[in-house]
Design a protein around this ligand. Structure first.
Ligand code: ATP
Length: 424
């Protein structure tokens, strides 16, 4: 494995060096495990380091966060911890319990047994490999289930026959890895997966656990491929019994994909878009408001997520008809779209792809959204106005005038306010 470790970016190599030092100084064998090892062999970038430590992961994480001067979050109940090195680089540390030490103060023997316990609990062979980062056997691969061979054969394989029954979320995980790496699900595994689907395991598992893996599937770069494959292999009864996205729904989701790509390219500096939420909306487009609300509740989406989903469901034909008008003043476009989330606006654009609506939405993003006026409460106070609801009314009038091109400079804004006050 050393040749693979050598190829890592300098920043990650430096981190591994420090982890190795901390492991050695504290006599705690440590291993890189899981997705990091899979991606290490595949040569795919991965900045989430997963470490398993024999002994106490918590104590190890305390030493490590001190050595790295990085933020530490401990989950004492699970014996796990996360060290956040940079916003995009983190190290998850877990404990593999070691029962005994051969002699007091001796280096603990690297017992395959302790690590095996941990690896046995994992989902697929390709995710169940470990690489030692302990001096003495640094860089050696622990591959107890033939994960390296499966990576070479490009296949997703479970560790045992009851894997999908033990944890049905692995059904979605298998599809996710298959689609992400263009692998195939190994035939015996596929049979087990289909059997688990047949006995409705996905409907038996706690919805919130399924939600997490569904969201991950929708966040993948090729979400639509994932969605098609989930429908083919597992169906979407786990969202709502009888839910079968139609051709029309897929055409909507393809438009969603286009709009997400357009927005991310054009407005990379704006608020990040929750693309997964838009695909979810595409999936449940055939559901009514109440049913969609039921799905949100079942999956215990966050308040903001539910709000965005339901606000789109609430949009009436009349609202769309207004946006379809050829002539709309900028202030009208603004007042229609500003209260909506970016996701809801782009869903509108994807669903009602008429030229007028498209143009108004593009103008909204390009020009009107984020337009600010110069005058502030301080200016109004200076004009003898006392703070209150009247301020908001004035600001709205000034902003509308600015959107419609009637005022441009601060001087013009102030003069408009004077006129407004005078008219009162
Ligand atoms: P990704 O690249 O999508 O982050 P990952 O493999 O790192 O993939 P995580 O969800 O971060 O996935 O999980 C880390 C590791 O934990 C996996 O590689 C796997 O070994 C193990 N794991 C995660 N979920 C399960 C599960 N449901 N059952 C068994 N093992 C799991």
């Amino acid at each position: 494995m050393r040749k693979y470790l050598e190829k890592l970016p300098e920043e990650i190599k430096g981190l591994i060096k420090i982890i190795r030092r901390v492991a050695s100084m504290n006599k705690m064998p440590a291993y890189l495990v899981g997705g990091f090892v899979r991606d290490l062999i595949l040569g795919v970038k991965n900045l989430d380091l997963d470490i398993v430590v024999e002994g106490s992961g918590i104590i190890f994480s305390e030493h490590l966060s001190r050595a790295l001067k990085a933020r530490l979050i401990r989950h004492k109940r699970f014996g796990t911890a996360t060290v956040t090195v940079k916003p995009h680089i983190k190290i998850d540390i877990a404990t593999a319990r070691k029962e005994s030490y051969p002699q007091a103060a001796a280096l603990p023997v690297v017992t395959a047994g302790v690590l095996k316990e941990d690896l046995l609990r994992r989902d697929f062979t390709i995710n169940a490999m470990a690489v030692s980062i302990f001096p003495g056997n640094f860089g050696s691969l622990v591959d107890l289930f033939g994960g390296e061979g499966d990576l070479r054969r490009r296949r997703v394989r479970v560790l045992h026959d009851l894997s999908f029954i033990d944890d049905p979320t692995r059904i979605l995980r298998a599809i996710r890895f298959e689609q992400r790496y263009n692998f195939s699900i190994e035939p015996a595994t596929l049979k087990l997966l289909k059997e688990a689907v047949r006995v409705k395991m996905l409907e038996r598992v706690e919805p919130q656990r399924i939600r997490d893996d569904l969201v991950l599937a929708l966040k993948e770069q090729r979400s639509l491929k994932n969605i098609r494959r989930i429908q083919a292999l597992a169906g979407f009864d786990f969202i709502r019994r009888g839910l079968r996205p139609s051709k029309k729904d897929y055409s909507f989701m393809r438009s969603i994909e286009r709009e997400i790509t357009w927005f991310r390219r054009a407005y990379s500096r704006r608020r990040a878009l929750d693309g997964w939420l838009m695909y979810f909306m595409g999936l449940i487009d055939s559901l009514g408001f109440k049913e969609a609300g039921g799905a949100c509740k079942k999956f215990a989406f966050r308040r903001g997520e539910t709000k965005r989903i339901l606000s789109f469901k609430k949009i009436k034909k009349n609202f769309v008809a207004q946006l379809n008008k050829k002539r709309l003043s900028p202030s009208r476009i603004f007042s229609l779209l500003e209260p909506l989330s970016y996701e809801a606006i782009l869903l509108l654009k994807a669903k009602y792809a008429t030229p007028n609506l498209q143009r108004h939405i593009e103008d909204f993003f390009e020009i009107y959204n984020g337009m600010r006026i110069y005058v502030s409460g301080h200016d109004l106070g200076g004009m003898g106005l006392s703070p209150g609801p009247g301020y908001k009314k004035i600001f709205t009038r000034v902003l509308n005038a600015k959107l419609n091109g009637q005022v441009k400079t601060k001087k013009q804004e102030l003069s408009l306010i004077r006129k407004l006050i005078g008219a009162c």
